[in-house]
Design a protein around this ligand. Sequence first.
Ligand SMILES: Nc1ncnc2c1ncn2[C@@H]1O[C@H](COP(=O)(O)OP(=O)(O)OP(=O)(O)O)[C@@H](O)[C@H]1O
Ligand SMILES: [Mg+2]
Length: 339
Amino acid sequence: MKGEIMLKFSRYAGIDMGNKTIKIVQLEKYKNKIRIKNILSIPNRSQNPFYSKEALSENLNAVFDLIKDHLRKQKITIGIPNDRVLYKKIELPKMRPGELKQAILWEKRELLAQLEGEYVVDYEVIETHANSYEILMAASLKGEVMEYVNIAEKFGLALEAIDIYPLSIARVFKSSFAEHNLVVVDIGASRTEITLFDCGKVDFTYSVPIGGNAMTKLIAKFLSLDEFDAESIKINPGNYQSEVKECLAPLIHHLTLQIIRCIKHFQQRKGEEVKTAVFTGGGGKLLGLRDYFFNETRIEVLLADEIDFPYIEIDPILKSAFDKMEFSCALGYALRGAF
Ligand SMILES: Nc1ncnc2c1ncn2[C@@H]1O[C@H](COP(=O)(O)OP(=O)(O)OP(=O)(O)O)[C@@H](O)[C@H]1O
Ligand SMILES: [Mg+2]
């Protein structure tokens, strides 16, 4: 129409199926500008064990039912929880693209032959060197992958991609740490993901079945409280700071040891230091955690909140609500299509 400028936006949505909350980030891209337009956090209400197919199905149905109208015409990427994926990293010599495809096909077949049950395998070339490729392969149970696809279809939605955790987190932090070795520690409700990056590229990821829920349970037991009150004290300890510190000490110590093990494994193989740790996930906000970790490791600790994403605008009405600690993973899934 005369006088009207038609702007052509592409819209992307990233869905992070957390064990406490399911986080959704919606982006808009116009030319090279990426803007976060909407965020949503939906409580995970499933009573089924969080790793079960039933819980996945219940949560996906709840999410799509609630927001299907907001997801139409968007490129939707959904993440598979990190502990539901098996990873294998391979290196292949430099070859022509057609040959590379064939070589990866053989690697896929070999990986599938080693696994019990019906799996699907996908891959990403994460680095092209002068003489070789570094490739990350990821295998997930076919039944679980199909659950995502089928439930989305039931609500008339098409998934652009089913993605894996380390690639999502790489998209979020790699431009800030392109020349650094980095460990990202994502402390969620049920799990902590420890992911090592070699100058912005995924090196490996490790999932520890400990998170904020275990902390709340320890506080509840120590102070003889119900979990609701224990959760509030964990978030805002007030006069109970020393008690919280005392009862969480063994768990924090154990978690720190796991992170140190991962860092040592990286450093021994690469012969390079890890100089920075980024804490993210709701549990990463725990009072005193970063100081404890720094004292044990002397590694600089940043909270995801403190990191700028210079290439991403946040819609002004969302600014204070966009909690980078909680939404970084969903943001990474949304960025899959946008980059
Ligand atoms: N200020 C705070 N201090 C300590 N813990 C906190 C704080 N805020 C949130 N948490 C904890 O963070 C956890 C939720 O974090 P998050 O939303 O990242 O988990 P999730 O993604 O749903 O779970 P998971 O990653 O295990 O699937 C809860 O255990 C919550 O109690
Ligand atoms: Mg999480």
